[in-house]
Design a protein around this ligand. Sequence first.
Ligand SMILES: *Cc1c(COP(=O)(O)O)cnc(C)c1O
Length: 443
Amino acid sequence: MSAIPQERRIVTAIPGPKSQELQARRLGAVAGGVGSVLPVFAARANGGIIEDVDGNRLIDFGSGIAVTSVGSSAEAVVRRASAQLAEFTHTCFMVTPYEGYVEVCEQLAELTPGDHAKKSALFNSGAEAVENAVKIARAYTKRQAVVVFDHGYHGRTNLTMALTAKNMPYKNGFGPFAPEIYRVPVAYGYRWPTGAENAGAEASAQAIDMIVKQIGAENVAAIIIEPVLGEGGFIEPAKGFLPAISKFATDNGIVFVADEIQSGFCRTGQWFACEDENVVPDLITTAKGIAGGLPLAAVTGRAEMMDAPHSGGLGGTYGGNPVACAAALGAIETMRELDLNAKAKRIEEVMKARLAAIQEKYDIVGDIRGRGAMIAIELVKSGTKDPNPEATGTLAKACHAEGLLVLTCGTYGNVLRFLPPLVIGEDLLNEGMDIIEAAFARV
Ligand SMILES: *Cc1c(COP(=O)(O)O)cnc(C)c1O
């Protein structure tokens, strides 16, 4: 572990002069379509701290978008990945296999919900995992249609853009999109017209009715849902929704896919968020938190489904790279040893209490939600439920200026989301919450 003092330290303006110099170079060399939340250039990172090239130490409430749950230079990740790096970097699993890949698949079979026979295939990115889940479901069912949900996010490749709900910035101008994708309502409690208490039953009934009437259940290969919707605004589908959709899928021979790329690997205080309502998905996609920052993704599922595509039908040059697999084994070891599920639950406790106190003082906090270390607040205009993206942006900027990295999300751009590394110290966590509270006071 890189021994960075776990203390916030601001020694220049944010971003500082060295970051600004690098940003100028970046603007000349890096494509404009690739954005950055905060153009502070990183030098080192670990635990709850990102140290920049000017020597500032920022509190990290982003984890590189829910990736570095074990920290950005976790001891077991660095140790195992470094050892593997010195042995060999690549052979291509499709050419000559290696043990690390098999071991990651064995771990996935053990950790994912359900005690049925499971197999996995490994890839490089979340989008690639979701694409492959669709390939597997189509090969298994010999059907074509894929059902996704309002506010869903599944990636930036062509097929996953089609699966993603939000136009800007993900899809605008990038069509045409893949066919046979259908979008249905999700139980968004805070914005459900008849109230959160009715959202689970009503939204699932509407979604199922649309599938049956508009697509035909017998044409549907897969239903894909994030058990907690990430980019869409940390929406937890109201209770009852996931079990109803999952049961409908099972009853109709449809492959139920849980996209746990953001919500998985201890993020919500459980290995996988779908465990909360005892939902056992047929296939589960993972990435982000799986490998302590190295690029790795997986599809894990029922053995008979995973074996449906012909040999050679799945794969890719780098999928399941040996260094990334070693890192994943280090990350999983860390999650077990430090009991990061318990850590995530404690983070929820601390954050929600602090956020509730803020909500009491400021009525622009419409909703506090999320589980574990996947917590968000939805900001609205005073006395209404109208989205307030302006305040959201201003608050995020105010936090950044004080050295707290926070992210925004949501279909309406009005959600502040908090994804601290699960290994963050409680003092840093509270200091981050102090900064958020102070930002509210100023805005
Ligand atoms: C981030 C994300 C993806 C895409 O993963 P990439 O690695 O960026 O391709 C897909 N689904 C969900 C739920 C995500 O949060």
